[in-house]
Write a protein that binds this ligand. Structure first.
Ligand SMILES: [Fe+2]
Ligand SMILES: [Fe+2]
Length: 289
């Protein structure tokens, strides 16, 4: 493999991470043969995803997360209406194939439209629309491994249920006795609200909209990439009863995120008025980034 290992952007596009999640967690009713064809292990994208996780697991330390929280949770970078943020997100230029890949807004609309088609409440539809808006972090200069990727708690032992757990050997926290025990800096069943997660688009957006949406929506936003818990149940020991109740919503949301890719791209122009009204119902006219 001919690759620059100091490259902070191994993925051709952020979607390559999501494509890889889909390989790990295929839609339950996909016929076995189709699954097999889908699992193309010669795909060069698999190497770039692996390199992406090497960087993510190496550099997402407790201190790194503290620094990012201190910087971004001031929300002093930019101020814009939600719809402008989608357009801003769509300026993200990557190496994805423009003929086959959906842009970021199209992914958000497919997710929200699938939720709407199933008759769910409007706050849930809005959550579908917003859930990846935090990826604007990329446009503020953050490397891919600090924007996307499976998220996990920092400040305590890394579970071997997290994808590519072997790369955590490269993370300085795994040699630090403050952080490498089962509970680390936390107390048993302290509740995830007291736990710092690896930095990325989930936590950033949660912090941005936390005063405006119900808790069920906020859990979906904050933990949608926390596969080690919502799929693998690896961090029960940090959760309290309220987390357990709310994770039912995280689980309800996940299939819409992963499996809503319809063959026909959504008609942005037609859908915009409905979503502008929905945004206005819950969110302030402009958001602070
Ligand atoms: Fe996401
Ligand atoms: Fe998504």
């Amino acid at each position: 493999m001919n690759q620059d290992f100091d490259n902070n952007a191994p993925l051709g596009s952020l979607d390559e991470w999501e494509d890889d999640v889909l390989l790990r967690y295929p839609e339950p009713h996909t016929p076995a043969k189709a699954k097999e064809e889908f699992r193309n292990y010669d795909d060069p994208k698999r190497d770039t995803v692996k390199e992406f996780y090497r960087l993510n697991h190496t550099h997402q330390t407790y201190d790194f997360v503290m620094q990012k929280e201190a910087n971004y949770l001031k929300f002093d970078k930019k101020e814009m209406p939600a719809w402008d943020a989608f357009n801003f997100l769509n300026t993200l230029v990557d190496d994805s194939d423009p003929d086959t890949d959906l842009d970021q807004l199209q992914h958000l609309l497919q997710t929200s439209e699938a939720i709407r088609a199933d008759g769910h409440p409007d706050w849930f539809v809005l959550t579908g629309l917003l859930h990846d808006m935090g990826k604007v972090l990329c446009l503020f200069g953050e490397p891919q491994w600090a924007v996307v990727g499976d998220t996990f708690p920092v400040g305590c032992k890394h579970s071997d249920k997290i994808v590519y757990p072997e790369f955590f050997e490269l993370n300085p926290d795994s040699q630090d006795e403050r952080y490498n025990t089962t509970y680390g800096v936390y107390e048993p069943n302290c509740g995830l609200r007291n736990v710092h997660m690896s930095w990325g688009h989930d936590e950033y957006l949660y912090q941005m909209v936390k005063d405006h949406l119900p808790d069920s929506a906020l859990y979906m936003i904050r933990y949608h990439s926390f596969y080690a818990q919502h799929r693998e149940h690896a961090y029960e020991h940090l959760m309290d009863d309220y987390d357990r109740e709310m994770f039912e919503y995280v689980k309800l949301f996940n299939p819409y995120d992963l499996y809503s890719k319809a063959p026909v791209p959504p008609n942005v122009k037609e859908l915009k008025p409905y979503y502008e009204d929905l945004i206005a119902k819950y969110l302030p006219a402009t958001l602070k980034f």
